[in-house]
Design a protein around this ligand. Structure first.
Ligand SMILES: *Cc1c(COP(=O)(O)O)cnc(C)c1O
Length: 528
């Protein structure tokens, strides 16, 4: 059946409600459907009534666009409603629990937003003369000081725009250091359980990626590591705590062994929230480590940005840090913009301008509002919450590694064996319960992995509710109710989608359906 917008109502209902509870509009109460914005356009409709521009002589030398770009013609209320309706179908940390492992989706205190919007900070332009931005440079310098103090490292590069960009910065510094020593090393060791960005970074920098297997206990296999050391090795990239949510207890040995053969130790510090104020990476022999400000120090992220990934550097790598960086002298704060003078060995620039200023402000506000004791408590509470979930579920779900976890609890799918229910089914049913699913099928070294990171910002009530929902669903699975999971999510705005199809064959251009059909439907909705 076609509704007013000419769309099949099949797409919007759930199987059990379609028959008896179908609405004329396809809306479900206050959950509004919204067609593609292109389907809503009507040629000639206007949102903003502006005067025709004066004839101007083009300066594009014939390169200007000749045809209309095909944007739909819409009224202002249509545009507003379309995007507000879409936003209400979205899930966010502000609407519910978001336990994505390895992503650290924690609450962003609103004080961060308030200070980031202060006129003197929010209105800055990166090309302003240095004399007019002394306060902003002082802020960057203070944040750098906090990051160096927290990590026990002597230097920090502030400009990288995210964790993966920070990795690129760190590995470029490693390469620059080897080149400065006249060494052409070709290989980087990466554990099998690493975040995908690690091998990608090493490969992007021209290195051969050599994978190190994990031990039974989920840590990197030290013996296998030892056999892979050699003079062609540029370094090792290790995540600590690792992506199984475990502390790499051999980390100091690993650092010493890689230093012994003249290599460098890159530590993926995306999970710093688990050790904040408890462990200083500088004491572990780290040479370069990115810190995801958007994970450890709150600030919103997701959907591709924004992020910020400053990289702390050891004495050995500091000279190769990218420009620009802030200095402080007799005449106040200054910016070193080019790879010369004080920055002569710098490998160059990571991006335009100085880094993600808005994120710097939020991160510093977060640090200063928590203080040293508060930051330490973040790590303690993050670990406590993860273990609360681990213990709350471990009679129904199997943990591949024994003992206490760090900031995230990891389960495999062995206890779902024979139920006909998969990790994916369970995740989809969690959506019906009003939760964003955990990270699934990662790390790859664990079969049917479920990686759950509650973060410190969740209350015990929320954790109990989540554990309750998980126990309810696992109970159903084990009671032979696999059918319930097949159609899940039942209550989400969309049912189960072909996610692979959406990624592999995205439809990025809208083609209008048969003109007559569209005209009728549009007339009907325009008249109402
Ligand atoms: C998130 C994450 C990254 C990548 O950080 P982005 O800011 O998303 O680029 C790298 N490693 C680990 C372990 C992570 O959790």
């Amino acid at each position: 059946m076609l509704n007013r917008q000419g769309r099949s109502t099949q797409a919007v209902g759930t199987e059990d409600t379609e028959m008896d509870m179908e609405t004329f509009t396809g809306n479900k109460g206050l959950n509004h459907e919204t067609p593609l914005i292109f389907e809503q356009g009507l040629p000639g409709r206007v949102g903003v009534d502006m005067a025709e521009p004066k004839e101007v002589k083009s300066r594009l030398g014939g390169l200007e666009r000749k045809d209309p770009i095909g944007l739909p013609d819409l009224s202002e209320p249509q545009v507003l409603r379309h995007f507000v309706r879409l936003s209400r179908q979205n899930y966010s940390i502000d609407s519910g629990f978001y336990p994505l492992g390895s992503c650290t989706m924690k609450h962003n205190p609103r004080i961060n937003e308030k200070v980031a919007r202060l006129a003197g900070l929010g209105d800055l332009h990166p090309l302003q003369p240095v004399s007019t931005v002394q306060g902003a440079l002082e802020l960057i310098d203070s944040l750098a000081h906090w990051l160096k103090t927290i990590t026990g490292m002597p230097a920090v590069a502030m400009s990288p725009a995210a964790g993966a960009h920070g990795e690129l910065c760190g590995v470029m510094a490693i390469r620059a250091a080897h080149e400065a020593n006249g060494q052409a090393r070709t290989r980087i060791l990466v554990p099998e359980s690493a975040h995908g960005t690690n091998p990608a970074t090493a490969a992007l920098c021209g290195y051969k990626v050599d994978a190190v297997p994990a031990r039974e206990d989920g840590r990197m296999d030290l013996e296998a590591f030892a056999t892979k050391l050699g003079p062609d090795l540029a370094g090792v990239m290790l995540t600590n705590p690792n992506t199984c949510g475990l502390f790499e207890t051999d980390v100091k040995k690993i650092a010493d062994m890689v230093h012994e053969i003249g290599g460098y130790f890159y530590c993926d510090g995306a999970n710093l929230n688990a050790i904040l104020g408890r462990v200083r990476p500088g004491d572990l022999g780290v040479d370069a480590m990115h810190i995801n400000l958007h994970k450890t120090f709150s600030t919103p992220h997701g959907g591709g940005g924004p992020g910020s990934g400053p990289v702390v550097l050891s004495e050995a790598l500091a000279p190769f840090a990218p420009v620009p960086f802030v200095t402080h002298g007799a005449k106040g704060f200054d910016l070193i913009e080019h790879a010369r003078g004080e920055a002569a060995a710098s490998f160059g620039r990571m991006k335009t301008y100085h880094g993600q200023m808005g994120m710097f402000i939020r991160a510093l506000a977060y640090m200063q509002s928590h203080g040293a004791d508060g930051l330490r408590q973040i790590a303690e509470d993050a670990v406590l919450n993860a273990n609360y979930i681990r213990v709350g579920l471990n009679d129904l779900l199997h943990s591949p590694f024994k003992g206490v976890c760090m900031h995230e609890a990891l389960f495999d799918d062995s206890s779902l064996k024979g139920t006909g229910v998969t990790t994916l089914d369970l995740a989809k049913a969690l959506i019906d319960e009003g939760f964003h699913p955990m990270t699934m099928y990662f790390p790859l070294v664990v079969h049917g992995a479920m990686l759950i990171e509650p973060t410190e910002s969740e209350s015990r009530q929320t954790l109990d509710e989540f554990i309750g929902a998980m126990r309810h669903l696992l109970g159903k699975a084990k009671a032979g109710e696999a059918d319930y999971f097949l159609g899940a999510p039942h209550f989400a705005p969309r049912r189960r989608l072909d996610e692979t199809g959406a990624a592999r064959n995205p439809i990025l251009r809208w083609t209008s359906p048969a003109a007559g059909q569209l005209a009728d439907d549009v007339t009907l909705s325009a008249a109402s």
